[in-house]
Design a protein around this ligand. Structure first.
Ligand code: HEC
Ligand code: HEC
Length: 303
């Protein structure tokens, strides 16, 4: 352009434009910037050759390296499976009651059990395993059938009151009112006795006698419950079917029959171990050895 000239003070050529006497210098780009820019172009071209990049009609260029995100995912999954496989193999080998000795394996089992619980158990026991009426809370140390790892595993494997489970946990409280074993007045008296065990009603001699004659075989002479029969402790404030007078009268009149699925045919043994570890970890888990030493809370022999 005609107006281009060398700017005296800087020695740089101008671009040739002029606005009200103001001109623009044609300062060259810094060399480092330029080379970085060229390097980026070279890298970008190289990248689109090496990796999948340019969109085509139905797919995209595949890239010389043959890399796919799909394959990378598959490889990572395989690696994760491999490490999981090692944990599963170790779990398959260790007897459940020895699991607490290996704190790392125990932690892995609890994590796996938590995941399996969400799939298989929450519909009955609730997301936090807190249970609801008829479905026991698994967070507390109040156990129907036993709270050490072996007892929990047995409960999970064989379920409770499964119609064709030979080894299922089983017992049946009679329907004292409905079947005419007790009159409704007697049901009322024994209900008051049950409530008196947790301080919710006054003692009554008649109720205590009825309890001793009809209930102590399963719930124990003091009403503390017996795990051989899955008979709940009636002296604590924890109720499976409700602790109001009406609830207790309904239980004694009609009985209850809680059913829990047997999981041994639906889940593999390792998953069952993981679930047992998870349930055991929730807060009420009992030490296997201690339980065996204390005859008052002895667990079912066959478990
Ligand atoms: C269909 C409902 C249902 C599902 C699903 C279910 N449970 Fe249960 N579970 C019950 C009931 C009901 C009982 C109480 C049985 C009784 O009255 O003795 C029970 C009892 C238990 C006990 C014994 C508690 C004790 O105090 O001894 C454990 C442990 C247990 N469930 C764990 C699990 C786990 C783990 C799963 C998932 C694999 C699961 N349950 C799935 C209904 C269910
Ligand atoms: C054959 C054993 C057996 C006998 C006898 C028996 N029970 Fe039970 N009782 C059980 C079992 C098992 C349960 C738990 C049922 C379930 O989990 O579905 C239970 C549950 C109860 C509950 C509910 C507790 C709760 O936490 O909600 C009460 C109350 C109760 N029994 C009172 C009595 C009284 C009172 C008698 C005597 C009149 C009696 N039982 C006799 C086995 C027995």
């Amino acid at each position: 352009m005609a107006n281009k000239r060398i700017d005296k003070p800087t020695g740089t050529e101008t671009v040739g434009h002029e606005w009200d006497g103001i001109e623009e210098l044609n300062t060259p780009l810094p060399r480092w910037w330029l080379w970085t820019f060229y390097a980026c172009i070279v890298f970008a071209i190289g990248y689109t050759i090496a990796y999948p990049a340019w969109p085509m009609v139905n797919s995209a260029t595949k890239g010389m390296l043959g890399w796919t995100s799909h394959e990378q995912l598959a490889k990572e999954m395989a690696k994760a499976d491999e490490s999981k496989g090692a944990i599963r193999a170790a779990l398959a080998k260790i007897p459940i009651e020895r699991l607490p000795e290996d704190s790392e394996l125990m932690r892995a089992a609890v994590a796996g059990g938590r995941a399996a619980f969400k799939v298989n158990c929450v519909q009955c026991h609730g997301a936090g395993a807190a249970g609801s009426k008829g479905y026991p809370n698994l967070n507390d140390d109040d156990w129907l059938w036993g709270g050490d790892l072996k007892a929990i595993t047995y409960t999970l494997e064989h379920g409770v009151r499964q119609p064709d489970g030979e080894d299922t946990r089983f017992s049946m409280m009679p329907a004292f009112g409905a079947d005419g074993i007790l009159t409704s007045a007697q049901v009322s008296q024994v209900a008051d006795h049950v409530l008196s065990l947790s301080g919710k009603a006054k003692d009554n001699a008649a109720g205590a006698q009825i309890f001793a004659d009809n209930c102590a075989v399963c719930h124990g002479p003091n009403g503390k419950g017996m795990r051989e029969f899955g008979a709940p402790n009636l002296t604590d404030p924890i109720w499976l079917y409700g602790g109001s007078r009406e609830d207790v009268i309904a239980t004694v009149t009609n009985s209850r029959y809680g059913v829990m699925p047997a999981w041994k045919d639906r889940l593999d043994p390792v998953t069952i171990k993981m679930l047992a570890a998870y349930v055991h970890s929730l807060g009420g888990g009992e030490d296997f050895v201690e339980v065996a030493e204390d005859p008052a809370t002895e667990v079912d022999e066959q478990s």
